[in-house]
Design a protein around this ligand. Structure first.
Ligand SMILES: NC(=O)c1ccc[n+]([C@@H]2O[C@H](COP(=O)([O-])OP(=O)(O)OC[C@H]3O[C@@H](n4cnc5c(N)ncnc54)[C@H](OP(=O)(O)O)[C@@H]3O)[C@@H](O)[C@H]2O)c1
Length: 262
């Protein structure tokens, strides 16, 4: 599918990764940091001299700046926005309504991706604003399909998505980091611990995907009565891993709500 002319404002971690995943498309990028523009140019993204030029030369504008920069960026580009523009925002907490109010006639689709899109294994959820069409949503899903899996959600659920998959990679990094340290304490060298932990995480995910079984069912397959896994699971239960994760996800969800703009 031909995506048309795409411009990316904000060439940081996410903006650059999205740009790289769209190799072969007509791509323009803008960032206030000259080094980011040079890096984009090396990746085949044409640097724009400012955000106004980018908007006037694009049909699809991906807003990949931090939430706190959104208002200023929208004010700067206002004069170049027309009804032909489809705006795609990945900023946490910024509603489609906020962008619609600030961006004239543009249609708006909001996406909550995650950092795994850098490795082509992202999880993204998409919702559309009131002027965006099904076709707009389809186009945006096509963009994020290049770097992972994409799902549609209602905008009222986007903070839950942020708490689960937007922030989620960090939960796994934290847990895997602890597992590596614990195994190192037992005398294994760090690289071997890391290799085994990564392969174990991949294997667990592959089993979830290929068997379609529930996590609890697979957990019970690893654990035999009085065995080693059962002992470890007893400790996780005693120290309430479930409750810790529940509190963490709900804290992220609450924070997303606090950061939200109407
Ligand atoms: N990182 C994640 O895991 C993740 C996951 C889901 C969603 N998101 C969302 O993705 C967005 C981008 O996050 P990120 O992690 O890629 O941030 P980032 O690495 O800080 O990238 C943002 C880039 O935008 C630049 N910038 C600042 N003001 C600008 C302006 N007025 N015009 C053009 N460029 C400007 C920044 O420059 P300076 O550094 O000089 O400010 C930086 O290079 C955020 O809204 C975030 O909520 C991120």
């Amino acid at each position: 599918m031909k995506l048309g002319k795409i411009g990316i404002i904000g060439l940081g971690k996410m903006g650059m990764a999205i740009g790289r995943s769209l190799k072969g498309s007509s791509l323009m990028g803008y960032d206030i940091r000259p080094a980011a523009k040079r890096a984009a140019s090396r990746s085949g993204i044409t640097p724009a001299k400012d955000s106004l030029e980018l908007v006037s030369k694009s049909n699809i504008v991906i807003l990949a700046i931090k939430p706190q920069e959104m208002k200023e960026v929208l004010v700067n580009i206002k004069d170049a926005v027309t009804a032909r523009h489809l705006f795609v925002s990945i900023a946490a907490g910024i509603s489609t309504r906020f962008i619609e109010k600030a961006a004239g006639e543009a249609r708006v689709v909001r996406v909550m991706p995650n950092i795994a899109l850098i490795a082509g294994r992202g999880a993204a959820a998409v919702c559309r604003g009131k002027r965006a069409s099904r076709k707009d949503e389809f186009i945006v899903k096509e963009i994020f399909r290049r770097s992972g899996k994409v799902f549609s959600v209602a905008e009222k659920h986007i903070n839950a998505v942020t708490a689960l998959s937007g922030s989620g990679p960090a939960y796994f990094f934290e847990m895997i980091g602890h597992l590596i340290r614990s195994a190192c304490d037992l005398g294994l060298d760090k690289q071997t611990c890391k290799n085994l932990a990564i392969q174990t995480a991949k294997g667990a995910v592959a089993l979830l995907e290929t068997t379609g079984k529930e996590p609890a069912e697979l957990r019970d397959m690893v654990s035999s009565k009085k065995g080693t896994t059962a002992e470890a699971l007893k400790v996780l239960k005693k120290y309430r891993l479930g409750s810790i994760l529940d509190k963490a996800v709900k804290a992220a969800w609450k924070r997303a709500g606090q950061l939200s703009t109407a």
